[in-house]
Design a protein around this ligand. Structure first.
Ligand SMILES: [Zn+2]
Length: 446
């Protein structure tokens, strides 16, 4: 399963156009790798208590198969956000499709460009009343006891199913290291309990007599992928991995490289595997109104899917690509065919001022009007640099998610199950059907 965090339908259209234009074509006719898949559906993303979703309640929906409250992970809607006691009640805890796969003797793993403890991947292994309880410092700051409500990093290293994930790749070393320690890049840890969970992860595998490796840069990942150990942990940044356009190509693996390493490790199990791969920073770039970064991260997700398509046989491997929620980027105006998708519209506003083809309904890119005229953003000194923000209607420190449906693309066994318009929480049940998991709903077994 591939997830583009915040990969709205307009993001797809704009990213494919950018991809085509980078290749010297008009662009609109280009395709992202997964847009060639035979089945497309739409998923409704709202959460139990929220019209517009966040990445935690959606992760609970598309990985655990039940809608939940905003900000909560791996627990039912009986758990209000921040309610540690309710989340600690095992009756309220959900199992993700990674658990369902492990129960059937298959393997499981996660890959992300965010911290591995961030909301989307955490839905695969954690149960938490708040997505921000990534280290024990977060749990303590909320006034709770980490013994009652273990933090998300602790759950990944010490609780099932995280203990059984064969591959864990992404960012987020700081959630695993104590405040008085520094990581390989000299960045400090966040943990208040003094524990080094990277060391504890290794000790757990050693105690279970499993071959294992911890890698922290691209070279070590590529070397490990050539002959994978039983268990592979890769943490490539203190926090999130860098945006692809701002990454160090020597030190930082791409999402496609991490995906290939994960597939090579997991594909050794004859019974199969469940792998979750997230392009997690499409969302962050949109929140910042940095549209070129958001589209580039989408193109990178496409490259990762393409790598999976090349490595996995369509006859026996289901690939599902979707998003958790939309964003409020608009793709607007009447620009001619082939017009620069990152440029201004061919039109100007009624005030005579240019506007961008890609702009936002809200966010930090808001510029106050000067009298009756909007600001001409094309005159900004840093116009079109990757960190330039497109314009936004409503001033907000962080651009918001959108409430519309997201697309679902499927290829492989029983891909047609994914057609139609349905609740996002249906996705893992459909994947379980296609994979023939014993936890699949009875109706789909034939
Ligand atoms: Zn977001």
């Amino acid at each position: 399963m591939f997830l583009g965090d915040g990969m709205s339908v307009p993001t797809l259209a704009a990213a494919r156009t950018l991809r085509g234009q980078r290749a010297g074509a008009a662009g609109e006719e280009a395709q992202l790798a997964f847009e060639a898949f035979p089945t497309v559906g739409l998923a409704k993303t709202y959460c139990v208590d929220s019209q517009i979703a966040d990445s935690a309640c959606t992760s609970t929906a598309y990985l655990c198969g039940a809608k939940a409250n905003l900000g909560t992970l791996g627990v039912s809607a009986a758990v209000p956000r921040y309610d540690c006691a309710a989340a600690a009640d095992t009756q309220h805890q959900l199992d993700s499709i990674a658990v369902w796969a492990l129960e059937d003797g298959r393997d499981a793993g996660i890959v992300t460009t965010t911290r591995v403890t961030h909301a989307s991947p955490a839905g695969a292994y954690s149960r938490s009343a708040d997505r921000d309880w990534e280290s024990d410092a977060g749990v303590r700051a909320a006034g709770h006891d980490p013994h009652t409500c273990p933090d998300i990093a602790h759950q990944l290293v010490h609780s099932y199913p995280g203990t059984h994930f064969k591959v864990i790749l992404g960012g987020g070393r700081r959630e695993f290291l104590p405040v008085d320690a520094v990581d390989e890049d000299g960045a400090p840890g966040l943990r208040a309990d003094g524990r080094d969970l990277i060391r504890e992860w290794r000790a757990d595998k050693a105690a279970r007599n499993l071959t294992h490796q911890y890698v922290w840069n691209r070279n070590r990942l590529l070397a490990a992928a050539a002959d994978p150990p039983d268990y592979l942990l890769g943490l490539f940044e203190g926090s999130h991995m860098r945006y692809h356009l701002q990454a160090d190509p020597i030190a930082d693996p791409t999402l496609a490289e991490m995906t290939e390493a994960a597939i090579r490790a997991l594909d050794r199990n004859d019974r199969g595997f469940f792998l979750f791969v997230e392009g997690g920073r499409i969302d962050h770039a949109h929140h910042e109104n940095r549209v070129e970064l958001a589209l580039d991260e989408t193109v990178e997700l496409s490259a990762a899917v393409q790598r999976a398509v090349e490595l996995l046989d369509e006859e026996d491997s289901l690939i599902v690509v979707t998003s958790d929620h939309a964003h409020v980027m608009a793709f607007s105006g009447y620009t001619r065919r082939g017009g620069d998708v990152l440029g201004p519209s061919d039109d100007v506003g009624d005030d005579g001022v240019p506007y961008m083809t890609l702009s936002y309904a809200n966010g930090p890119g808001h510029r106050p009007s000067q009298g009756d005229r909007r600001q001409d953003v094309t005159a900004d000194p840093d116009f079109r640099s990757v960190e330039w923000r497109s314009h936004a209607e409503v001033p907000l420190q962080s651009e918001t998610h959108g409430g519309e449906d997201v697309a679902v693309f499927a290829r492989g066994p029983r891909h047609a199950l994914f057609a139609g318009l349905y609740e996002q929480s249906r996705l893992p049940h459909l994947m379980a059907c296609a994979a023939g998991l014993s936890r699949a709903p009875a109706l789909c077994r034939d």
